[in-house]
Design a protein around this ligand. Structure first.
Ligand code: PEP
Ligand code: MN
Length: 355
């Protein structure tokens, strides 16, 4: 069994960066009272600009090795090249994570994977900074091909140029969901801290991840967040982490009885959807027939009055059936747009055939 599937949800927490021994022991001491399964701490910090705190390096590994001995918590750190992997192994780290800035680079991921070959260490792979599922999936495969069995993916959001976004890194949930569909046996965690960039939003994103059936969370935690040397705004105190973890609604697996009922309802939904698709097919046949008539009589394909009538009547019908007007109007805009496009394509083909 995958190491990270031992508990669901699996909780990883700890400071953005390992700053000093006191900070690390304060955090690991506080975690004894919390359901934290693994401690994180950055040892080498990837900073966008030079001149900022870049981590304590090997010295921090010495502290972490000590913490590992005194507390029973497994520890994970970030690695971004071969030398860092070798040091992580030398200091007996339980897990390493590949950061978002490394996942974008197949050369680096391959270098890390090669250095990991033949080792039992667990590996967590964050999504690349840009919303490209193939890079993420490629990184997973490079690490799997190196023979690493205990792998998990971490969703930490995607960079965007949208200055109005409330997130530091946009979640784009469809991407991690697709990754989960592709790799059913790879647990996927949500790093709510790097998605949010501020501590206020974290409970909302963490709950959202659990509702989407994520397998765990990674949350940055610092004894005195405002004084943190990196990512100060997004770290929680251990107390705040405790409150967050106890307030999360964990939807436990359904029992056999409700599973049966769900299956029955799904079967009915399947047959209803089949009818909807069947009707859409028949509708489209009529749209084509109508397109030919419009062509014969030289009528314009698009008629504003008809479009308005479609949207008005359908939203009225929707309201009578308890359906949201916006939903129905969007649905019929889509259907009508497709119908118009089908008729235009048809008329162009008829004209081309005449020539
Ligand atoms: C981190 O976890 O501290 C970090 C740098 O993460 P990311 O690679 O997601 O930016
Ligand atoms: Mn951080």
């Amino acid at each position: 069994m995958n190491y990270f599937s031992s508990k669901k949800p699996y909780f990883i927490a700890g400071p953005c960066s390992a700053e000093d021994e006191l900070q690390l022991s304060a955090v690991s001491e506080a975690f004894k009272k919390l359901p934290v399964d693994m401690m994180r701490a950055g040892v080498w910090k990837p900073r966008s600009k030079p001149g900022h705190f870049e981590g304590r390096g090997e010295e921090a590994l010495k502290w972490l090795k000590e913490i590992r001995k005194t507390s029973s918590l497994p520890i994970c750190i970030e690695v971004a090249n071969k030398e860092q992997v070798e040091l992580a192994l030398q200091y007996e780290m339980d897990a390493v994570w590949i950061g978002a800035r490394s996942t974008v680079n197949p050369f680096i991921v391959q270098e890390i994977a090669d250095a990991l070959k033949g080792n039992k260490v667990c590996v967590l792979i964050k999504n690349p900074i840009n919303p490209d599922i193939e890079l993420w999936s490629g990184a997973l495969e490079r690490v799997m091909n190196a023979g690493i069995e205990n792998i998990a993916a971490i969703h930490r959001g995607f960079s965007s140029y949208d200055s109005l976004s409330k997130y530091r890194n946009k979640p784009n949930w469809a991407i991690p969901i697709e990754l989960k569909r592709r790799y059913k046996d790879v647990p996927i965690f949500c790093d709510a801290s790097h998605i949010c960039g501020n501590r206020e939003l974290i409970p909302y994103v963490a709950q959202r991840a659990l509702d989407l059936d994520f397998d765990g969370l990674m949350i940055e935690t610092h004894p005195d967040p405002d004084k943190a040397l990196s990512d100060a705004q997004q770290q929680l105190t251990p107390d705040q982490l405790g409150q967050l973890l106890s307030s999360l609604i964990i939807r436990t697996p359904i029992d056999d009885c409700s599973q049966e009922e769900i299956e029955q309802i799904r079967q009915i939904l399947d047959s209803m959807d089949a009818e909807v698709v069947d009707l859409l097919g028949k509708r489209m046949e009529l749209v084509e027939k109508l397109g030919r008539i419009k062509g014969e009589y030289n009528m314009p394909v698009y008629q504003t009055d008809r479009w308005r009538e479609i949207i008005d009547t359908r939203t009225q019908w929707g309201l009578k059936n308890g359906l949201d007007a916006e939903f129905i109007s969007k649905l019929f805009e889509l259907i009508h747009d497709k119908s118009i496009k089908t008729q235009i394509d048809l008329l162009m083909k008829i004209e081309a055939d005449k020539k």
